[in-house]
Write a protein that binds this ligand. Structure first.
Ligand code: NI
Length: 157
């Protein structure tokens, strides 16, 4: 006699640590406080004051920056991690927080020398620095908040 019902579909077992085959995006957030001045030395003071207003003031001003870095990858079936967030935490401390926190971004941070430190330009510079050191996963997004309401996203390269 023929079977009238098909067998039940196989359900994921409890021991399947990564049942989904797709990528998972993980994000680490770090904070730092820095001063900066928006000023392009290739143009006149009048031009800079026109473009940047009080952000061009000679002594600079400060921000409490928030940086969010997102890495994508298929979780390792042994750990269930896209990457170990402890690794990303240490990378961001070494490459971003330690060099930038309580520094003047225009003058004190060698890898930012010569750029106008807008949120956009900082996001690009941070992407490049992080991408050069990231060994696991795929860097997909760098989001930098200059204030709670102003932020920039960079997706590479
Ligand atoms: Ni500013």
């Amino acid at each position: 006699m023929a079977r009238l019902t098909s067998p039940a579909p196989r359900l994921p077992r409890q021991s399947d640590t990564s049942p989904a085959a797709g990528e998972v995006f993980v994000t680490r957030q770090v904070h730092f406080s820095s001063s900066h001045r928006l000023y392009n030395r290739r143009f006149s003071r009048a031009w800079n004051e026109q473009e940047f207003g009080e952000c061009a003031n000679q002594r600079g001003h400060g921000h409490n920056y928030v940086l969010e870095v997102t890495v994508a990858g298929v979780p390792d079936p042994r750990t269930g991690y896209t990457l170990n967030l402890r690794t990303l935490k240490r990378l961001l401390e070494a490459e971003i927080t330690v060099p930038c926190d309580h520094r003047h971004l225009n003058d004190d941070v060698p890898f930012l020398k010569g750029i106008v430190p807008t949120t956009e330009n900082l996001a690009i510079a941070f992407w490049r620095r992080i991408a050069a050191k990231l060994k696991t996963g795929r860097l997909t997004q760098v989001r930098l908040y200059e204030t709670p309401r102003n932020f920039a996203d960079y997706f590479g390269p």
